[in-house]
Design a protein around this ligand. Structure first.
Ligand SMILES: [Zn+2]
Length: 289
């Protein structure tokens, strides 16, 4: 078993090659020997059951691991009742689609930290709402795929590594998604060295066990930031960090097998391939034969 690499959503090159349907993505990715795909429900869960099933069948056929990005509208710490009930619905709908597709991971954003309230209180509220979501999912028979709170790139969003790990402690099927570009942006430029990357894996290992660190779900892209954190995703070759090489060095060195989803702007498959090639060089293995 090796680290898996793939894009978030469909890259520009996929559309430029004349494809339209996400059901064509697994085959297209297999052509690049990429083996992971994160299907984007970030603007809402709108996919039809038949399409979702087709994406799942194609992914299984081409050996592509599937994850889903849940809607950005999830807001677990909200005080607004309508937003809270929509948040529950977004979770349940994402779980339903994951079931149709056979996706084993659903990444989500915890949401804003709220105005005028203490961050700790906001996190406690997020945890209470999340406990309800977990219970509802179990009652609806939708538990199964892992739910993955993601580390966030803006100061005013819940989702520091510690906050993510607190949610992960709530259930065995809640695991972390670490976006290293976000960590880089939210800390004003940290997370550029092997030591800094290694510290993230170490902490996850301490809190959730070695297996959680080993199989980590990773988002990676160069990100421009301001004082408030994340501003914009860029591509490899643009002058923004963090660098991918020291991260892959830690992964190869420790024999970890994470799933690495590239979120570069438009070039996410190409950049995922760049990372995979570098990782393979580190392992001194040729995976294309
Ligand atoms: Zn995300």
């Amino acid at each position: 078993m090796f680290a898996q690499f793939g894009p978030a959503g469909n890259p520009d090159a996929f559309y430029e090659a004349g494809f339209k349907s996400s059901a064509d993505m697994p085959k297209w990715l297999a052509g690049l020997t990429l083996n992971a795909y994160e299907y984007q429900c970030s603007r809402g869960v709108n996919i039809k059951q038949s399409t979702a099933e087709l994406v799942g069948q194609e992914a299984a056929r081409y050996g592509v691991k599937l994850s889903i990005h849940a809607p950005y509208y999830i807001s677990l710490a909200t005080e607004d009742e309508a937003t809270a009930s929509n948040t529950e619905r977004h979770f349940l709908r994402s779980l339903e689609v994951a079931k149709w597709m056979g996706a084993d991971r659903i990444v989500f954003h915890i949401g804003g930290s709220g105005k005028g309230i203490d961050r700790r209180q906001a996190l406690e509220r997020a945890k209470r709402s999340f406990a309800k979501v977990l219970e509802q999912a179990e009652q609806a028979g939708l538990a199964g795929p892992n739910l993955l709170p993601e580390t966030m790139g803006k100061q005013n969003q819940l989702g520091s590594l510690d906050e993510v790990l607190e949610l992960c402690k709530m259930a065995e099927w809640v695991r972390p998604a670490v976006d290293f570009g976000h960590l880089h942006a939210v800390t004003g430029g940290q997370y550029t060295t092997s030591q800094e990357f290694a510290a993230v894996f170490d902490k996850i290992g301490e809190v959730l066990g070695e297996e959680a660190a080993k199989q980590l779900h990773i988002h990676f892209s160069p990100i421009e930031f301001t004082k408030g954190g994340e501003k914009r995703h860029w591509s490899f070759g643009d002058p923004f960090g963090p660098p991918h090489e020291p991260l892959l060095a830690v992964i190869a060195d420790r024999g970890y097998t994470p799933r690495i989803i590239c979120e570069s702007a438009g070039t996410q498959a190409k950049d995922a391939k760049t990372m995979q090639v570098f990782y393979q060089k580190l392992l001194k293995k040729d995976f294309s034969v």
